[in-house]
Design a protein around this ligand. Structure first.
Ligand code: C2E
Ligand code: MG
Ligand code: MG
Length: 409
């Protein structure tokens, strides 16, 4: 087959100017490998390679296997509209149903591409396409992204934040705020969620911005451990004041847990070194990637639960958080995402959904927490539905540790 290797592709690229680069990444390819085995995965890759080669090679277009599940195309420059048509065609061809070893398959792809016109920026065109692809992959559904000045500015900030965040983590300059979780039946605060805070040049950077950066640059574990040790230190102070039954929950992404092993688990170490036990801490898991794709993380979570840690499934209803984890008895607590609570009073569908999820999860023995409760109306509505726990600005915004005592005393 006439696919270029990565080296040949880059060589060709260096010799010719005015090329367009298109990077294609198969969405959730690791799941295919996990589910059907690597031999099958290789057949899928071969299929994709042949398809791209047959349909698009020639007339100056080159195709290369760029990385494990990534393919790159280069073609002579053309009008933006024509590139868009070409990119749509690539997606269309790749996302059609096909058969491998009698197994019916459909793929989804993320595509990032860059045009030579933006090469003036000083970032190599290949890197531009790569940034565009990363940006496409960070969106919720498989997408196409063209590298643009906007993206470049964004990357500029991202790069700067990345460097400074690492410094702040090393110097332990992050801090933690706590948001109470309230039990509607006993009318008490029963837990606090620990939320990471980073102030940079006097300005608070949102965790929605810096958490993904820490993940991408590989220091999310260090960040998570810093937050956990601060939370444990603070919880110990509450214990010393006689608050024996309040718990603290910390957030961990699935990606964060891929580097942990049960025999040498930093989470357990930190908890024990703080003089606390596993039942004091709840782990809130966000499914930034489907849990099914990470059997080793599933196993770790199972082990942690057996050691007494409670698991909460965070942001239920968004991203990949799925019913399968509820049915398989892998978590103890379900947190319904605030997007469903927001218009619970006006949107009948959301109300039905929240009520049904609450009923199902409660029936399965889980605790249900409604997130983002901002008004009395929402609280009343949730109470009427039999929802037991709530969290949100109506009870309190996240507060510094010193203020947590006020909720308990
Ligand atoms: P999350 O775990 O779903 O946390 C709840 C977020 O919703 C917090 O945002 C909180 O301030 C906000 N919130 C709470 N009540 C309300 C409300 O009534 N209305 C509205 N509009 N918002 C409310 P925050 O602190 O910005 O954190 C954002 C996300 O960042 C968190 O979402 C969590 O996924 C992540 N995160 C925060 N700290 C950590 C951490 O230490 N490690 C990891 N891996 N992720 C973290
Ligand atoms: Mg959370
Ligand atoms: Mg949440």
């Amino acid at each position: 087959m006439g696919l270029y290797t990565r080296t040949q592709f880059v060589e060709y690229f260096e010799k010719h100017s005015n090329l367009i680069v298109i990077l294609v990444d198969i969405n959730r390819f690791s799941a295919i490998n996990n589910l059907h085995g690597e031999a099958f995965g290789n057949k899928v890759l071969r299929y994709v390679g042949i398809l791209l080669y047959r349909h698009f090679c020639g007339n100056g277009v080159n195709v290369c296997r760029y990385a494990a599940d990534q393919f790159a195309l280069s073609c002579p420059t053309m009008d933006v509209e024509k590139v868009d048509v070409l990119v749509d065609e690539i997606r269309d061809k790749l996302e059609r149903q096909f058969y491998i070893s009698g197994q019916q398959m459909t793929l989804n792809v993320n595509i990032g591409y860059a045009l030579p016109s933006s090469a003036a920026s000083g970032i190599h065109l290949m890197a531009q396409a790569y940034y565009a692809l990363s940006s496409a992959k960070s969106l919720l559904s498989p997408s196409t992204v063209r590298y643009s000045e906007y993206l470049e500015k964004h990357i500029g900030r991202k790069y700067r934040l990345g460097v400074e965040l690492k410094r702040a983590i090393d110097a332990k300059q992050l801090h933690v705020e706590y948001q109470p979780i309230y039990d509607l039946e006993s009318k008490r605060v029963v837990k606090f969620e620990a939320l990471a805070r980073w102030t940079r040049n006097g300005e608070a950077v949102s965790p929605f911005e810096f958490i993904p950066i820490a993940e991408e640059l590989g220091y999310i574990n260090q960040l998570g451990n810093l937050v956990l040790s601060i939370a444990c230190r603070d919880l110990k102070l509450l214990r010393d004041r006689g608050h024996d039954d309040v718990q603290i929950s910390v957030n961990r992404s699935i990606q964060e847990l891929t580097n942990e092993s049960i025999d040498d688990c930093s989470i357990l170490k930190i908890i024990h070194e703080s003089g606390l036990s596993t039942s004091d801490i709840v782990l809130e898991i966000t499914e930034s990637i489907p849990l099914e794709d990470k059997p080793e993380v599933q196993e770790l979570l199972g082990d942690l639960r057996r050691k007494g840690l409670k698991l909460a499934l965070d942001d239920f209803g968004t991203g990949f958080a799925s019913f399968s984890n509820l049915m398989k008895n892998t978590v103890d607590i379900l947190k319904i995402d605030r997007t469903f609570i927001r218009d619970i009073e006006s949107d009948k569908n959301n109300a039905v959904l929240v009520q049904s999820v609450n009923m199902l999860a409660t029936g399965l023995g889980l605790d249900v927490i409604a997130e983002g409760v901002e008004t009395e109306g929402q609280l009343k509505r949730l109470q009427a539905m039999g929802c037991k726990f709530i969290q949100g600005y109506y009870i309190s915004r996240p507060v510094v540790f010193e203020q947590t005592l006020a909720f308990l005393e």
